[in-house]
Structures are given as structure tokens and as C-alpha cells.
Design a protein around this ligand. Structure first.
Ligand code: GLN
Length: 301
């Protein structure tokens, strides 16, 4: 029998005792998030009610989650949710866990989509639908098509759209552009798999539990980025933009590929850690740079 980290005696713990026990085994922030999840309370409740007694069932549930987290399972898969931008998304191990750096892609996309025009947006490799649903929610006059190869991911994304009450979008199961008609989009966005196949990070942390198909790609991680950039011009309207998230060391390669595909106004923008994380370009348009984020780099087309 496994020693129970929360109830060592017959007496279930208080919030303070449960957290102290958990903190010996897992990161304190993770312990807090898991206890909030078990008790259905906000952080402030844990802070203001340290003497609150867990029920036996709650203590058992918390113990179970701590043990799973100690084995490495991501918090988001244990709680089944992850906040992204201003929404909370349901996640399962069929989808990548939304990351804060991807919010940069959403911010840039929102700068490019006028709120008062019915733009058409394509999200490639939508996963949980985090990017597509956030864009659709913030631009209700626009219409988003979200594609993923994995039917299980599409099921999660559809569920998120339903829960978040977003209807100006549709989901397509397919490989990148393969299932699309030749309709044109004003904006294409993607957070494709871009980690190199033998990158040791794939064997570390949360990445060990995430779907490899959403994480890694051949050609040093650039295979999908290369494919998307080469094919995107066939699906972009005049003056349309393509924005891609990429790895910490792929900005230059990404800009080079955009240049080869005749994009203009090519630039990269940094994430909050100062790492160039999203690159993009515009088709058939070459006036002044539209980069407006401080620290953005501009490459002449
Ligand atoms: N940003 C993720 C990571 O390196 C990878 C996501 C992706 O491949 N799109 O942890």
C-alpha cells in the first residue's frame, strides 16, 4: 500500500496540513492548483481558510492527484483545464497544453484583424482550439476555419467551442490544407509541431505526456513550418497574412522560408522572455513595416 501523503492518520487534513504534505512531494504552485481543483475554490480561499477540514473523499482525491503529479503528469491533464488568453480551455492528453507564449500569436493576429470587417481566418493544427476559439470570440464578425489531423483533438476543440459559446467557426479533420477547398483567407495562423525529433526536451517535463504529433517535426523541427509556408500563398487572399509560432532558434530560418515564398513585411516578434517566438509575413503588399511591437525585427523583403 502506498503511504498517503495527505492523511497519515485516520484524521483527514486541514488545508494547511494538506498543502504542507503536498509541498514535500511536488511544486507548491502545482499543489495549490490541484487543491483548488479538488475543493472547487479560488486561491484566496486557501489563503484565508487554512483551518478548513477536507472531507475524507477530498483528501483521497488530493492524495491521488499529488501522486500522479509526482510521477510527472501535467497539472493541466490532471485538472482537465488550462487558462489561455482570457478563456479557460478543456484539455486532454489528445491535445497540446496551451502555452503563454502562444498568446503572442493571438495578440498579433488580433492587431491584424479589424473588428468591424468579416475576415476569414484559418488556424492550422488547432489542438484544443485555443487560438481559433480565442480569435473567433474576439472577432465575432469574422469566421474561423480550424484544422487538425487528430479526430480526438477536434473532439476536444468542438467541446471547447460549445462550452465557450463560440459559433463563428468550423472544425475540419485533415492534414494541413488537404481537406480545404480553394477558398482564400485573410489570415492564416498556426502553432505547428516544431521541436526537432531527437531534441532531449521531448523526454523532459510535461512534453513527455503530450501528443508527439503536436510537438515534433522532421528537418530539425522545420518540416511542418516549411510545408505551411510553401503552401499558404495558394490559400491567402491579396494582402493576407501568415503568422507562425516557432522554436527559440528558428526565427531566422522561418523568415528565410517566408522570403523564399515571396512574402513581404516579414518580421519576428519576441515572447515575454525576449525570445523571437512568432514570425509572419504578408502576401502581395510592400509598403512600410507593420511591425508595432517594441523589439520586433524587420527583414527587408
Ligand atoms: N512550445 C512548445 C515547447 O517547446 C512546443 C509547441 C509546439 O511544438 N508547437 O514546449
Amino acid at each position: 500500500m502506498i503511504a498517503d501523503p495527505v492523511c497519515s492518520s485516520m484524521q483527514p487534513a486541514t488545508i494547511a496540513q494538506a498543502l504542507a504534505a503536498a509541498n514535500r512531494l511536488i511544486d507548491p504552485v502545482d499543489a495549490r492548483l490541484l487543491l483548488e481543483y479538488v475543493l472547487h475554490v479560488y486561491h484566496v480561499y486557501l489563503l484565508t481558510h487554512p483551518e478548513h477540514q477536507l472531507t475524507e473523499q477530498q483528501a483521497a482525491n488530493f492524495s491521488q492527484l499529488i501522486q500522479e503529479r509526482a510521477k510527472g503528469l501535467p497539472v493541466a491533464y490532471l485538472t482537465g483545464e488550462r487558462p489561455f488568453y482570457d478563456l479557460t480551455f478543456h484539455v486532454t492528453n489528445a491535445v497540446l497544453i496551451p502555452r503563454p507564449e502562444t498568446e503572442l500569436l493571438v495578440e498579433w493576429a488580433l492587431q491584424l484583424i479589424p473588428a468591424d470587417r468579416p475576415e476569414r481566418i484559418l488556424d492550422l493544427g488547432t489542438g484544443s482550439g485555443a487560438i481559433a476559439i480565442t480569435l473567433a470570440k474576439h472577432r465575432p464578425r469574422s469566421y474561423v476555419v480550424a484544422v487538425d489531423l487528430s479526430p480526438d483533438a477536434i473532439t476536444v476543440a468542438r467541446q471547447n467551442a460549445k462550452t465557450l459559446n463560440v459559433t463563428n467557426l468550423e472544425f475540419v479533420t485533415g492534414n494541413w490544407f488537404d481537406e480545404l477547398s480553394r477558398e482564400k483567407f485573410d489570415l492564416i495562423v498556426s502553432n505547428p509541431p516544431y521541436v526537432a525529433e531527437h531534441d532531449p526536451h521531448l523526454q523532459q517535463g510535461d512534453l513527455r505526456f503530450e501528443p508527439e504529433i503536436a510537438l515534433s517535426a522532421g528537418n530539425d523541427g522545420l518540416a511542418c513550418i516549411d510545408h505551411i509556408i510553401a503552401a499558404a500563398p495558394g490559400y491567402l487572399a491579396a494582402n493576407g497574412w501568415l503568422l507562425l509560432e516557432h522554436g527559440y532558434d528558428q526565427a531566422e530560418a522561418c523568415r528565410r522560408l517566408l522570403q523564399q515564398a515571396d512574402f513581404n513585411n516579414i518580421c519576428s516578434k519576441p515572447d515575454l522572455a525576449g525570445i523571437m517566438r512568432v514570425s509572419g509575413g504578408q502576401l502581395n503588399f510592400s509598403v512600410l513595416s507593420l511591425c508595432s511591437v517594441p523589439g520586433a525585427t524587420m527583414k527587408d523583403a
